[in-house]
Design a protein around this ligand. Sequence first.
Ligand SMILES: [Zn+2]
Length: 184
Amino acid sequence: MSNAYRTNLIQKVLDKSEGNTWNEAVQEWMIDDCEEDDSLESSCICGKEELRYLFTIRNVRNGNTLFPIGSSCIKKFDRADLNEEVSIQEKLFKLFHAIEDGSFITLSSEFFSRKLLKYLYDEGVFQANEYNNYDPEIDYEFMLKMFNKRDKDSITRNQQRKINAIIMTSIRPYLAEQLINKIL
Ligand SMILES: [Zn+2]
């Protein structure tokens, strides 16, 4: 990141924060929303062009918002919780596109993470049905177990079939509903 971008970022954030130093100011913000701009026509508040993921961040002390801000600027806040959320949001978009493109989805770190699976579980994404004895946690535990397998070749054909079924019946409808209006 060039110095001009960094200076712009610091100025924009400080202007809308209560704290007077960068270290104070970065503690005041949370991630509010994320959209995807496929055409890469948007620019970050720092001035950097060709942004794909357009985050909105909100100041929890005064309600101010900043938009659009890119992930590399959010990383400058040096907050593990924000970085985690950025990673989850971006993976949700990537996973949705891969499903819509009909790609073969493996439980690799390209689309998934332990935190992402936990996020989906907490969001109530996994559906209760006759295959999991109406206990969605069983599907969550299964997906986690498959993700944790170091050797993905050891995933059997039946297991892959079950992965695909969970993706299509639980994860896809959720992503479609959540993201359809967030892709510009
Ligand atoms: Zn930026």
